[in-house]
Write a protein that binds this ligand. Structure first.
Ligand code: GLY
Length: 361
């Protein structure tokens, strides 16, 4: 078992992240949060609910908790205000008050929408993240970004709202489909590329064990990613500066994701998007061609996405400019000057972006 504590800007503890190998530690965690007399709502999608809903609900009920379960159809198409509204209705029907608690059992969609419902229901109730996908374990469950998509815009409506705790059962990854696992690896390797060359070496050297889902290696990998993400969000919780580095690969990635009508997974698009950003870094002369090749080699060795369907130039660039990360007409791009060292640049031109995209077609 490993534990991390996320702090606020004044260094006061905000919440614990527990990294475990079963769901058994959930009950002691809930007791430590003083929620014993409270109602719990277990929120999950149709797939994760079928896999783990009974197990987690059963553990909690056996321990004497009063639990109700809310389920919604799996997929990005459910990450909207309509699902949040259905959850509000469910909470009202079960007389949830401000002291009751939501448990987000699932991947990024479940965590983001449950967190947003928790942030807004009765002006804010507690929620606990129980991430079951790799992407949500290492990225979306940490740092308080909650929200839903709105019309065609991803994560357009949301709030910064911190969980009361995050509980990770690394063995939930055993049922994660391989495609989803590799998509989560997109965010994992991103942590290495932007912050930690030693972590890059770890990922390179332990590829077989990680892909074979060796428990010890997975725990070590998730822990290292969590340490990187925790340090960044503690220093810059609301993305005024450094946190934007976590968007490495996301400008091109989000545009590809949107133009694929979300048929490509977020992490797959980020993976190809990181290659494009590395290519711009090489064009700029900040990153060596050798480091860019190492990035491509690592993605290829894991079998991650390095190619995307060819987009139409003007449409692609216009989607990049509409992305949340664009500031007026300038796109804030995350570039590299070495593996393990990222920086922010807002002067990247359309020509540079388009040239870099050619490298991932
Ligand atoms: N996923 C990027 C962030 O949490 O800032």
């Amino acid at each position: 078992m490993k534990e991390l504590i996320v702090h606020d800007a004044g260094n006061a503890p905000l919440y614990r992240i527990l990294l475990e190998e079963t769901f058994d530690g959930l009950v002691p965690l809930l007791h430590s949060l003083d929620v014993s007399e409270r109602k719990l709502c277990l929120v999950s999608d149709s797939i994760v609910g079928a896999l783990y809903g009974n197990e987690v609900g059963g553990i909690l009920e056996k321990a004497g908790f009063s639990v109700v379960s809310f389920s919604f159809p799996a997929g990005e198409a459910s990450k909207n205000l309509s699902t949040v509204e259905q959850l509000y209705d469910f909470l009202i029907a079960h007389s949830f008050d401000r002291n009751d608690v939501l448990l987000a059992l699932g991947g990024g969609v479940t965590g983001d929408l449950t967190g947003f419902a928790a942030a807004t229901y009765l002006r804010g109730i507690r929620f606990i993240g129980i991430p079951t996908s790799l992407l949500s374990m290492v990225d979306s469950s940490i740092g308080g970004k909650t929200g839903v998509d709105f019309k065609a815009y991803k994560n357009m409506v949301g709030a910064f709202y911190q969980p009361s705790a995050v509980y990770i059962n690394v063995n939930a990854l055993k049922t994660l489909p391989p495609r989803e696992f590799l998509a989560g690896m997109g965010e994992v390797v991103k942590h290495a590329f932007i912050r930690d060359a030693g972590y890059y070496t770890f990922l390179k050297e332990n590829r077989e064990e990680i892909l074979g889902k060796n428990e010890e290696l997975l725990c070590s990998m998730i822990y290292q990613s969590l340490c990187i993400k925790k340090a960044v969000v503690e220093r810059d919780p609301k993305e005024k500066g450094e946190r934007a580095l976590l968007n490495f690969g996301h400008t091109v990635g989000h545009a590809v994701e949107k133009l694929s009508d979300f048929s490509l997974l977020h992490g797959e698009c980020v993976s190809a998007g990181m290659l494009a950003a590395a290519e711009i870094s090489v064009l700029r002369g900040t990153l060596s061609a050798e480091d860019s090749r190492k990035i491509r080699d690592l993605l290829t060795a894991y079998g991650m996405q390095t190619k995307v369907p060819a987009p139409e130039r003007d449409e692609f660039l216009s989607v990049c400019h509409r992305d949340k990360k664009a500031d007026g007409s300038r796109i804030k791009f995350v570039l590299l000057d070495a593996i393990g060292n990222a920086f922010l640049d807002s002067e990247v031109s359309d020509e540079e972006i388009w040239t870099a995209v050619q490298a991932i077609l």
